[in-house]
Design a protein around this ligand. Structure first.
Ligand code: C5P
Length: 228
């Protein structure tokens, strides 16, 4: 299981400071750059993070559009030299297949994941949007993404096993909504601790607020790395 730290803070300075504090672990840690940081700090920010250490970068822009527009966007993102990207599985199999065909034409491509159901959704909120049971929908999204040639899914740890059983043990699961030591859930509805994430077979855990809002983020990362 690998740790991916979400850089969702309110300024570039804070994000770079946290990444700087974690440089000693940069061989083991992934950094997740989301919409907030990417819109504010742009591609130059990714370059700066890469120069700091050996961090792998997950650019979490969650594409959702018509197939050709998604493939165009994915190609531009891949050219940034990031290590992992994602799109919504609900954009459909044709859109995901079109993206993968485009990326496969490049010399090398990042890992590509599909977002299943946001971890901020509970069953009621999910059904209000998708009009179906969350587990059934996640299983369907998993199979669809696997058949479209993606590398894995972003999902809650509660659905990690279900997705692997429906696809392959090698199909990556990356699980946000992790509260390593029982910290506050915030807006997340389906949260788990480190033990549950491990038992669920999560390949990656994404941790944001429990790290960057901590008094000593480096110490929290060290504790997490010690346990995984
Ligand atoms: O602060 P916290 O640990 O809740 O951050 C979780 C991160 O993972 C956020 O950056 C959020 O956008 C992202 N994420 C998520 N649920 C998903 C996909 C991504 O929480 N399904």
């Amino acid at each position: 299981m690998k740790l991916c730290v979400a850089l969702d803070m309110s300024s570039k300075r804070e994000c770079l400071q946290l990444a700087g504090e974690l440089v000693d672990f940069s061989d083991k840690i992934w950094l997740k750059v989301g919409l907030r940081a990417y819109l504010r700090d742009g591609a130059g920010f990714i370059e700066e993070l890469k120069k700091l250490g050996n961090f792998k970068i997950f650019l979490d822009l969650k594409l959702y559009d018509i197939p050709n527009t998604m493939a165009d966007a994915a190609e531009e993102i891949a050219k940034l030299g990031v290590d992992m990207i994602n799109m919504h599985a609900s954009s459909g199999k044709r859109a995901m297949t079109t993206v993968m065909e485009r990326l496969d034409r490049l010399g090398s491509r990042p890992l590509v994941l599909a977002v299943s159901a946001l971890t901020s959704f509970d069953q009621v909120e999910f059904s209000a949007v998708y009009e179906q049971n969350l587990s059934d929908a996640v299983r369907k999204f998993g199979v669809m993404s696997y058949e479209a040639g993606l590398d894995g899914m972003v999902c809650s740890a509660f659905e990690s096993r279900l997705i692997k059983d429906a696809t392959s043990a090698n199909f990556i699961t990356l699980c946000p909504g992790v509260r390593p030591f029982g910290e506050s859930a915030g807006d997340q509805k389906r949260v788990v601790d480190l033990g549950v994430a491990r038992e669920a077979g999560a390949d990656f855990i994404v941790v944001g607020r429990p790290i960057y809002q901590a008094q000593n983020p480096r110490e929290i990362c060290e504790r997490i790395l010690g346990q995984i």
